[in-house]
Design a protein around this ligand. Sequence first.
Ligand code: SF4
Length: 373
Amino acid sequence: MNVDKLKILGEASQYDLCNYVSMNQENFTSKNLPGIYNAHTSSGCSVPLFKTLMSNHCANDCLYCVNHCQNKFERIEYSPEELVSVFLHYYQNHYAEGLFLSSGMPGDPDKALENLVEVARKLRREHEYQGYIHLKIIPGASYDLIKRSMSLADRVSVNLESATSAGFSELTSTKDYQKDVLRRMKWIHRLKRRYPDLAPSGQSTQLIVGANQESDEDVLNRVKWLKKHLDIKLSYLSPFKALEGTHLQNNPLPDSKRVPRLYQAQFLVNSYGFDVEEVILDDSGNLFLEEDPKYLWAQLHPNEFPVEVNESSYRELIRVPGIGPQSARRIIEARRLGRHFTHLDELKKIGVVVGRAEPFIKLNRAYQSTLDF
Ligand code: SF4
């Protein structure tokens, strides 16, 4: 096994989050297993994945990426046979439970994607591997090859990287936002609707936050669009990192609170029914980083509160800080079965964060807090 190759191509894929809340190598470095990432899913599970680039050759010029075409270093790649053998070694020794495969684009997008597809084909057809495979779709790849990728992978993804076409042009001159990226994502969506068995876990995407001039409002408009038109319920957001050897290595990093606040705001627009226009933004279209956007909205809309827990609609309940979709549904369901809430403790037991919700609710028509709106 070529350990240098494992390290270089494994580390090169570390900033790809798609469909994981976070990834790290902490639990595996002691075992000296390059390319193995402990992926934490949104449901709280921890899964070791072999996550790697097939090749770091790339003809694209993405300003934030060390593999951009002007960077002078020795390029390396796996052959499909080599990669299959490395993965099976990890899998059979229980070091990896799944494969996350991406690649640079040496010149022809189809050629790059064909190599990924060949790895998946060999694993599925020749080695009867039934486990998880995530394939990164190369921007610009053809419709037929994307369909073939989806027939072998559990999940596919195309990294959108930017919220707007103009923001994308700030970061690369060799890829076209509409044609190479968004059109491919639309194809995947259409294929998935026509053939539901393809890529059973669907598609995901990732945006880089803070690499260009895009505002939080731009990001929120895009994640809302992605949910409405492509059924992507959660877009992954990755804070810009100024990596040495990239064109942006001296650029400032985004505030560490920006991405967490953007995730909170994304939940407001994609899960809580807020319009982007309702999210409280500053004059530049950015979130206020010191406060949770839902709490801020509630503080600035005193006329909407307090809501009576025993009478309010689902829509009114989920706008209360401390009440999420799950606890709002539980309240509605309990009321349907004849329950009448009288004490905060009852709400706490079904998942309401009562310390947060208290100033904004009434129980039995009585205010639950003396806080002055
Ligand atoms: S396409 Fe862009 S982000 Fe991907 S490897 Fe090439 S330069 Fe890096």
